[in-house]
Design a protein around this ligand. Structure first.
Ligand SMILES: Nc1ncnc2c1ncn2[C@@H]1O[C@H](COP(=O)(O)OP(=O)(O)OP(=O)(O)O)[C@@H](O)[C@H]1O
Ligand SMILES: [Mg+2]
Length: 248
């Protein structure tokens, strides 16, 4: 069995009376490419926030690479191999693209990565395809390039588990496909484990091997793409009959 990078058990996040994440169990092993789907407000981003230390879960348990991290801060999660992007890109707009990557590298320190291909800013820019934009201020690159830069900044933390929150949002169909190809390469060539939240369901389901479906905070399904598109509760809550047929 591949190494268990993150074990999330019964993760629950409450905001006052709202249960945004409700008793979600998930395990992510080395080398997996997992998708998370579900309607707006299902709790996907909140789940990422909980498993990256951005917010402490109300209850539940989080263990990363064997280390109990429940309630720990983001840097503790980063230290144990977990990096994430944000649904709203958080690049340093006035700094050059390469300096944005350097910023992440500085925080990663000398921590070894799974791949030597992520050893410096130049190699990370190469992986994400932004070498030609290295000297431009981040504000001067296109929105889709800013999404790539967000991924580069997460890679600079030298993760083993990379959490991607809607990195293809707002991109054209061709750009979404390119993004999917990049995500595949991160897993296949850089040996990363990737968990990918996206509403572009047809593309996502073509590329991932396993899918978690959230609805009203609960995990309503957990299976291969073929299994979840045939799941009646998933069709009802999110996919709809037409979409389910289209992706099946
Ligand atoms: N900081 C917060 N305070 C209060 N409520 C919040 C907070 N963050 C999220 N919520 C609520 O928690 C629920 C889950 O939100 P979340 O952003 O996790 O959904 P999502 O699945 O990521 O949705 P989307 O697909 O639109 O990004 C929503 O009802 C949202 O309004
Ligand atoms: Mg979200």
């Amino acid at each position: 069995m591949a190494e268990l990078l993150l074990d999330a058990q019964g993760v629950t996040v409450r905001f006052g009376g709202l249960v945004a994440v409700d008793q979600v169990d998930a395990t992510f092993h080395a080398g997996e490419l997992v998708g998370i789907i579900g309607p707006n407000g299902a709790g996907k981003t909140t789940f990422f926030n909980a498993i990256s230390g951005v917010i402490a879960p109300t209850s539940g348990r989080l263990v990363a690479q064997g280390h109990e991290l429940t309630g720990a801060k983001p840097h503790a999660y980063a230290r144990h191999g977990i990096a994430r992007t944000f649904q709203t890109p958080r690049v340093f707009a006035e700094l050059p693209v390469a300096a944005n990557i350097d910023f992440g590298l500085k925080f990663a320190g000398r921590r070894r990565t799974a791949s030597w291909l992520l050893k410096d800013a130049g190699s990370i820019l190469n992986v994400i395809g932004l070498s030609a934009q290295a000297a431009l201020p981040a504000a001067a690159i296109t929105p889709s390039q800013q999404r790539l830069l967000e991924i580069g900044m997460a890679l600079a933390r030298r993760p083993r588990l990379l959490l991607l929150d809607e990195v293809a949002a707002g991109l054209t169909e061709a750009e979404v496909e390119n993004m999917a190809q990049l995500i595949r390469r991160l897993r296949d060539e850089l040996d990363l484990t990737v968990v990918w939240i996206e509403h572009a369901v047809t593309t996502l389901l073509r590329h991932v091997e396993w899918v978690l479906v959230l609805h009203q905070g609960r995990k309503i399904a957990d299976g291969t793409p073929g299994e979840v598109v045939r799941n009646a509760e998933v069709i009802e809550a999110y996919l709809g009959d037409e979409m389910a047929e289209a992706v099946a």
